[in-house]
Design a protein around this ligand. Structure first.
Ligand SMILES: Cc1cc2nc3c(=O)[nH]c(=O)nc-3n(C[C@H](O)[C@H](O)[C@H](O)COP(=O)(O)OP(=O)(O)OC[C@H]3O[C@@H](n4cnc5c(N)ncnc54)[C@H](O)[C@@H]3O)c2cc1C
Length: 314
């Protein structure tokens, strides 16, 4: 990687960032992707719901994506961007090893972090026995004994959804005691069991397979799969440094962006989970592609202004 200015610097090399880079590289833009290599779904052995890629390893998808970007002349570098500054036409990005990049436009596709409840054994099961998304892992959990941890008001939604995949669903945790009568009646009418006891640990067998949850009275609720809604934290440090406006969402404050991923900072776009916390992989990839077309059009406008200025100065 040289120190020249890039047309576009993409921060984050998940599905969103790589698809943005692929479309931009194919548009013959000079594009570099900086990636810290920690995609959110790296804990999961398989990725589901992506047409033609269903069941693929998430890491394999990204490996193929990096090769495709490089195949069109884009660069993908390992590293973490720690500082962002400047303005449209001359953004500066500093990496954790001191490298500096300058670019005309920025794509922030840094994703989010899943903050799990502090239950012993839960983090070890994350992506396997303990998962979040019914559309990603519901089919694999069909007709199994499913537990849904009550971690927030959103968990009710998760418990209701999962009844679609199994008749054996237990909604568990002290927060279930706060359910309003109508919601409780609706869940129970559909056969969802409600258990207000606190969960103290995840139980595994000798092979490391999740087999249940230990409850506050030391009894074990036997289960095959636990669904949990983690607290979602955006990896948005760079957007904060750039002064991007924020907006209230169902997940709390998130960067504000329009339908095309443009933020309040001219020249800065967001894609994937950086833009929308509920984006699945295929949605993240699509938003990266969409952002790329917007940026290329924006750069064409820039190129035209420059060409006219050059012409009139002759
Ligand atoms: C356990 C689990 C299983 C899932 N299973 C599925 C599934 O089966 N199907 C599905 O569609 N979705 C699934 N998802 C959701 C999926 O993970 C997201 O849709 C997807 O990762 C979003 O892509 P993204 O590119 O926005 O972010 P990410 O994939 O998270 O990529 C962001 C990248 O940016 C990098 N980064 C962050 N900060 C910086 C920085 N400062 N500098 C440089 N790089 C940085 C990160 O290291 C990471 O590589 C799952 C999620 C989880 C947690």
């Amino acid at each position: 990687m040289n120190q020249e200015s890039w047309d576009v610097i993409v921060i984050g090399g998940g599905a969103a960032g790589l698809n943005a880079a692929l479309v931009l590289a194919r548009a013959r833009r000079r594009v570099v992707v900086v990636d810290a290599g920690e995609p959110r779904n790296r804990f999961a052995p398989h990725m589901h719901g992506f047409l033609s890629r269903d069941g693929m390893s998430p890491l394999e998808l990204l490996e193929i994506g990096r090769a495709e970007v490089r195949g069109y002349g884009g660069e993908v570098v390992s590293g973490r961007a720690v500082r962002a500054g400047g303005e449209a036409g001359a953004f500066t990005i500093e990496l954790d090893d001191g490298r500096m990049l300058t670019g005309r436009r920025l794509v922030i596709a840094t994703g989010l972090r899943d903050e799990l409840p502090d239950i012993p054994g839960l983090a070890r099961q994350w992506g396997r026995g303990a998962v979040a998304c019914p559309y990603c892992d519901g089919w694999e959990s069909r007709d199994q004994r499913i537990g849904v941890l009550a971690t927030s008001a959103m968990s009710v939604h998760q418990a209701g959804l999962l009844r679609q995949w199994s008749a054996d669903v237990t909604f568990v945790g002290p927060l279930t005691a706060d359910l309003d009568p109508e919601t409780r009646a609706g869940l129970e009418a559909r056969g969802v069991r409600i258990d207000a006891r606190a969960v103290s640990a995840v139980v595994e067998d000798a092979d490391g397979t999740l087999t249940g949850l230990t409850l506050e009275d030391d009894s074990v609720l036997p289960l095959d799969r636990v669904f949990v809604g983690p607290r979602l934290e955006a990896n948005d440090e760079l957007l904060r440094q750039l002064g991007a406006a924020r907006a209230e969402t169902m997940q709390g404050e998130w960067v504000a962006s329009d339908a095309f991923g443009a933020t309040s900072v001219p020249g800065v776009w967001v894609a994937g989970n950086s833009a929308v916390s509920h984006a699945l992989v295929v949605m993240a990839a699509a938003s990266g592609a969409s952002v790329a077309t917007q940026i290329n059009a924006d750069l064409v406008g820039d190129d035209t202004r420059r060409a006219l200025a050059t012409q009139s100065s002759r």
